[in-house]
Design a protein. Structure first.
Length: 167
């Protein structure tokens, strides 16, 4: 069954699929970000080549304010993209022009990991965040839809193991 969770302008939907496919849309009022959209079918190869490298990002003023308050412990130019009003402060720049939306997909994959088993679905996330992802998963569970997903995931794992044996 298809399922949708919405909180304000943030929305995430799940549709049955034979693969994990994630489409993400983000929007930030910054000249280097703006609106970005990307769809990736997630598998081990695409995860490594297209998603895993994408760094989190933040804005210089907010970062320094939160670091001074002790809210952020490790944000730095070595592990995050730091943006000023009109530029990236990291000397090496962006790894890809759409690294921001790639990081959003990385966030979604990480939040799905909280399930404890693979989720096989077509997911569309519009202006979402960690809270929306987690609340959507809780809503899926409360709606009784994770049992169906869990059995599909188990079937997928059994097929995957069989394919790996035959390689």
């Amino acid at each position: 069954k298809s399922f949708q969770y919405q909180n304000g302008v943030s929305k995430i939907s799940f549709k049955p699929s034979n693969t994990l496919k994630i489409k993400a849309s983000i929007f930030f009022e910054h000249s280097l970000i703006g609106e970005q959209n990307l769809e990736i079918e997630i598998n081990p190869r695409s995860y490594i080549n297209e998603v895993a490298f994408a760094r989190t990002f933040g804005f210089k003023d907010i970062l320094f304010e939160r670091k001074n308050k002790g809210i952020i412990k490790g944000g730095s130019l070595s592990n995050a993209i730091i943006l000023d009003k009109d530029k990236v402060l990291n000397p090496e720049g962006l790894r890809t022009e759409d690294e921001f939306v790639r990081h959003k997909i990385l966030d979604i994959v990480g939040d799905l990991f909280a399930l404890g088993y693979p989720l096989i679905a077509e997911i569309e996330a519009i202006y979402s965040n960690h809270r929306v992802h987690i609340e959507a998963l809780k809503s899926l569970y409360r709606a009784g839809l994770l049992e169906e997903i869990e059995s599909r995931a188990l079937a997928f794992l059994l097929i995957y193991k069989k394919l790996k044996k035959n390689e």
